[in-house]
Write a protein that binds this ligand. Sequence first.
Ligand SMILES: Cc1cc2nc3c(=O)[nH]c(=O)nc-3n(C[C@H](O)[C@H](O)[C@H](O)COP(=O)(O)O)c2cc1C
Length: 183
Amino acid sequence: MAVQSPSATNTQKWRFMVIRDADKRADIAGLYKQAFESYWEQADDTTYGTTGPASTEAQRMIDSAVYLVDHLHEVPVHVLFCVEDQVRDVPLFDQATAYGSILPAAWSFMLAARARGLGCCWTTVHLTHADEAAKLLNIPDTVTQCVLLPVAYYTGTDFKAARRIPATQLTHWDTWGQKRDGS
Ligand SMILES: Cc1cc2nc3c(=O)[nH]c(=O)nc-3n(C[C@H](O)[C@H](O)[C@H](O)COP(=O)(O)O)c2cc1C
C-alpha cells in the first residue's frame, strides 16, 4: 500500500527499514529516550504543562508520549521510513520534494496497518540522534531518515475522531487572513 503513494516524477526514492531484532530495537529505544529527555527539558511552553498545568488534551498526549518512551523497546516491529536523498542545506524545493516523496507512503502504511488491526505512532524524536541510528542500522549518508513507526497489534476498540481545531478557522480564502465568513 505504501508504494501506491505518489512520489516526485515517480522516482520512488522511498526506502523502508523494518527493525525486528530485539537488540536493535532496544538500542533505538535508548536513543529515543535520550532524545526525548533533552527535547522535554527544553520544552518550556505552558501548552505542554512544563511551566504550568496542562490541559486535559495535552495531558493525554504527554502521558501517551511518556508511555511510549518507556515501552518502545517492547514494540515488536519498528518501521523506519527513509528517502534516498539528502535534505540538509538544500533549497526549499528539494526539501519539499524529498519529504513529499516519503511522507504519503508512511501515512498510507499507517492507514493500511490500521485496517488490519495494527496501530502505529508517527515519531520523529529520535532524529536528533539520526547519525547514531544510521550507524546502528548501517544506513548510508545518501539516505535521510524521516519517520519511525513503532507497529503492534492494538487492543481496545474505543477509537474515535480526534478533537481538532476546525478547518474553517485555519483556512484562508484568496488572501492570507481572509476567512470564508468575511472576518
Ligand atoms: C511530524 C510528527 C512528529 C511526531 N513525533 C512524535 C514523537 O516523536 N513521539 C510521539 O510520541 N508522538 C509523535 N507524534 C504524534 C503526535 O504527538 C500526535 O499525532 C498528536 O499528539 C495528536 O495525537 P493524535 O494524532 O493521537 O490525535 C508526531 C506526529 C507528527 C505528525
